[in-house]
Design a binder for this molecule. Structure first.
Ligand code: ZN
Length: 85
């Protein structure tokens, strides 16, 4: 096999600066680096799970588990902010 094919978009070596964001840990407030596809990661400082507020939650539009998933992150479904009259 002459080298496995990898999608460049999935290889951090091809990522640009804007694909990485630095967000404060929700627990200790220290800055944690998130890659664009990291929804959550373990804070290297306090070793608790912290969440990426910029993660694209577009999957919530179609995923059957979206409601539970978003609740886990303290988010509500788009268009589910209140009762529709
Ligand atoms: Zn932390």
């Amino acid at each position: 096999m002459a080298g496995a094919q990898h999608c460049p978009g999935q290889d951090p070596r091809f990522w640009k600066a804007e694909d990485v964001s630095e967000e404060p840990c929700i627990h200790c407030g220290k800055v944690v680096e998130f890659f664009k596809d990291d929804l959550r990661r373990k804070c290297p400082y306090c070793r608790q799970m912290t969440y990426n507020p910029h993660h694209d939650l577009a999957c919530a539009a179609w995923c059957p588990s979206a409601e539970q998933c978003l609740a886990q992150y303290g988010r509500s479904l788009p268009g589910d902010e209140g009762p529709v009259q």
